[in-house]
Design a protein around this ligand. Structure first.
Ligand code: AMP
Length: 510
C-alpha cells in the first residue's frame, strides 16, 4: 500500500474529467483532464531530468495552473517539492541550491539564463523554465514526451516537501514535511472548515508558502476543485472576483487592504461563506471592522511551516477575536514554561505542539531538530501564548527573534548579517516596528563605523543586492551606540519602544 498523497488527490478528481478544476484571472479554464495531462507529462520530464524518488525539485516560479501541476507531478514521482519565494535574490538562491542539492531546478523564463550557471555550480543536473501562460522549456519538453501514468509508492513517513524557514542564527532551515503530515492536516482542515462540493476558493496567496500551497491548494484538491487563481493579491482584482467564490483565505494585510478599498462592500462578500486569516496576528480592530462592513466574522487560525495548521477558531461556534481558537482534532497543544512544564489557563508560556501534522525534522540538521523537540515528542514552536479555561489559545508574542511583515517571515539575524558586512556599518540591530499595512515593518538601527557618512538610501540599495524585497529595511535609524544589558546583549525591546512611532497609521515613514 502506498501512502503517496497524490493518490488521495487523484481519487478526489471529478469523475467527469471535463469539470473545471481551476480558473485563472485571465479567464483560462483548466479541466481535470487538462490538469491530469499536465501532471503526467511533467512527471515524465522530471523523471527523465534526473529527479528520482527522494530527490529534490526546487521551484521558483510565479503562480499559475502549471505551477500546481508541477507540484503534483513532483509528488507523483515520489520526489521532494521545494518551493522558493520568487523574491529571493541570487545570493539567497545560492544558499538554498547548495543546501538542498536539488536534481532539478525550475525558474521563470525571464531569469533562467542568469540562474543556469549558478545552478550548475551547485551541482543541479537539469535547469528548466516555466512561465505563467504555459511557456518555458518545461512545457516545451512536456509536449514531446510520453505521459507517465504511474504513481511512485512511498511510505507515510517519506518526505513530500521541504519548506525553508529563515533561521534565528541567520541560516535558513529546511522543514521536511512528509506525505503523512500533509494528508492529515489537509483532511482535518477540509472537514473542520466544512468544505463541500461546489465550494469555490478565491486564491490570492503565494504558491511557495504553506498557507497558499498546503492549506489552500491541498484542501481544494481534496475537495475536487474549484480554484479561482489570481496571480497575486490585489484588492481591486480580489473584489472583482469575490462574488464568484464561496471561500477566501488571506493574511491580515489582505483584510486591511480590502477594508481600505472604497469598492469593498457588503455586496462584495455576499456569496462568501468563509473568510480565513492566518500567518500573522489579526488585530481585533480589523476583525470588528470587517464584521461591521460585511457581517462576516473572520475565522483566524494558527500554524507554521514546521507543523501545518495547529489551532483554528470554529466553523460553528464562537470565533473569538484576538485568539487563534482551539487545537485542531488530533493536534495536542500545551503552553509550557522554559523547563517544559505545562502551565495552567491564563499563564504565558511557549506554545508546544504534537500530532500527525508535525514535521519530520530540519533537512540535514539533526542536532537543530533534536534541540527543538521535547523528549516526549512535543515541538517547541517559539511562539508565546496562553490558553483560556475553555481552551482558546491566544498568541501573545514570540520567544524567537522574528518579524512578520505582510504575512512573510523575516529573521532579523539574516538581515543584520548582510548589513554588518556593508562598508561603513559597525553594527546593526534589526527590529519590527508597528506598521499600518504590513502589521510589522523591518527597521534597522545602525551604528556607523568611525568617520563614515552612510545614509539610508545607500544602506537600502546595498541590502537590496543581497536580500529579497520583503526583508529590506523600510527605515534605517542611525545611532551612536546600541543599548545593551549587563550581559552585553542588545536590548531590542528598548529600541522597539523608542522607535515604535516611526510609521504613521497608514504605514508611511515619519
Ligand atoms: P510560517 O512558517 O511562515 O507560516 O510562519 C509561522 C509563524 O507565523 C508562527 O510561528 C507564528 O509566529 C506566526 N503566525 C501564524 N499564524 C498566526 C496567527 N494567526 N497569529 C499570530 N501569529 C501567527
Amino acid at each position: 500500500m502506498s501512502d503517496n498523497i497524490y493518490l488521495t488527490f487523484q481519487r478526489s478528481f471529478s469523475e467527469d474529467r471535463s469539470a473545471i478544476f481551476l480558473e485563472a484571472a485571465d479567464g483560462r479554464q483548466v479541466t481535470f483532464s487538462d490538469l491530469e495531462c499536465l501532471i503526467c507529462r511533467y512527471a515524465s520530464v522530471l523523471a527523465a531530468s534526473g529527479a528520482m524518488p527522494g530527490q529534490r525539485v526546487a521551484v521558483q516560479v510565479d503562480a499559475s495552473p502549471e505551477n500546481i501541476a508541477l507540484y503534483l507531478a513532483t509528488l507523483k514521482i515520489g520526489a521532494i517539492y521545494l518551493p522558493l519565494n520568487t523574491a529571493y535574490t541570487n545570493y539567497e538562491l545560492d544558499f538554498f541550491l547548495g543546501d538542498a542539492t536539488p536534481a532539478v531546478f525550475i525558474a521563470r523564463p525571464e531569469v533562467i539564463d542568469s540562474l543556469e550557471p549558478l545552478a550548475k555550480s551547485r551541482g543541479v543536473q537539469t535547469t528548466l523554465s516555466l512561465g505563467t501562460r504555459g511557456d518555458g522549456s518545461l512545457p516545451a519538453a512536456a509536449r514531446a514526451v510520453e505521459s507517465y501514468h504511474g504513481v511512485v509508492a512511498v511510505a507515510k513517513d517519506d518526505v513530500a516537501a521541504i519548506l525553508y524557514t529563515s533561521g534565528t542564527t541567520g541560516r535558513s532551515k529546511g522543514a521536511m514535511l512528509t506525505h503523512g503530515n500533509l494528508l492529515s492536516n489537509t483532511e482535518t482542515l477540509h472537514r473542520e472548515w466544512g468544505f463541500v462540493p461546489g465550494d469555490i476558493l478565491l486564491h490570492a496567496l503565494p504558491l511557495y508558502h504553506i498557507h497558499g500551497l498546503f492549506v489552500a491548494v491541498n484542501i481544494m484538491l481534496l475537495n475536487g476543485g474549484r480554484i479561482l487563481l489570481l496571480p497575486r493579491f490585489d484588492a481591486e482584482l480580489v473584489i472583482r472576483h469575490m462574488r464568484r467564490a464561496t471561500v477566501f483565505m488571506g493574511v491580515p494585510t489582505y483584510y486591511t487592504r480590502l477594508l481600505a478599498h472604497p469598492d469593498f462592500t457588503t455586496d462584495s462578500a455576499e456569496n462568501i461563506r468563509l473568510f480565513v486569516s492566518g500567518s500573522a496576528p489579526l488585530l481585533p480592530e480589523t476583525f470588528d471592522l470587517f464584521e461591521n462592513r460585511t457581517g462576516h466574522r473572520i475565522l483566524e487560525r494558527y500554524g507554521m511551516s514546521e507543523t501545518g495548521m495547529n489551532c483554528s477558531n470554529p466553523l460553528v461556534g464562537e470565533r473569538r477575536p484576538g485568539t487563534v481558537g482551539l487545537p485542531l482534532t488530533g493536534v495536542s497543544i500545551r503552553i509550557a514554561g522554559k523547563d517544559g512544564r505545562p502551565l495552567s489557563a491564563g499563564q504565558t508560556g511557549v506554545i508546544e505542539v504534537k500530532g500527525p501534522n508535525v514535521f519530520k525534522g530540519y533537512w540535514k540538521l539533526p542536532e537543530k531538530t533534536a534541540a527543538e523537540f521535547r523528549t516526549d515528542g512535543f515541538f517547541v514552536t517559539g511562539d508565546l501564548g496562553q490558553h483560556s479555561e475553555d481552551g482558546y489559545v491566544t498568541i501573545v508574542g514570540r520567544d524567537k527573534d522574528l518579524i512578520i511583515s505582510g504575512g512573510l517571515n523575516v529573521y532579523p539575524k539574516e538581515v543584520e548579517e548582510v548589513l554588518d558586512r556593508l562598508p561603513g556599518i559597525a553594527e546593526s540591530a534589526v527590529i519590527a516596528l508597528p506598521h499600518g499595512d504590513y502589521g510589522e515593518a523591518v527597521a534597522a538601527v545602525v551604528v556607523r563605523s568611525g568617520g563614515c557618512h552612510l545614509d539610508q538610501e545607500t544602506v537600502i540599495r546595498s541590502a537590496a543586492e543581497k536580500l529579497a524585497k520583503f526583508k529590506i529595511p523600510k527605515k534605517v535609524i542611525f545611532v551612536d551606540e546600541l543599548p545593551r544589558n549587563s550581559m552585553g546583549k542588545v536590548q531590542k525591546n528598548v529600541l522597539r519602544d523608542q522607535y515604535r512611532e516611526c510609521f504613521t497609521v497608514e504605514g508611511m515613514a515619519k
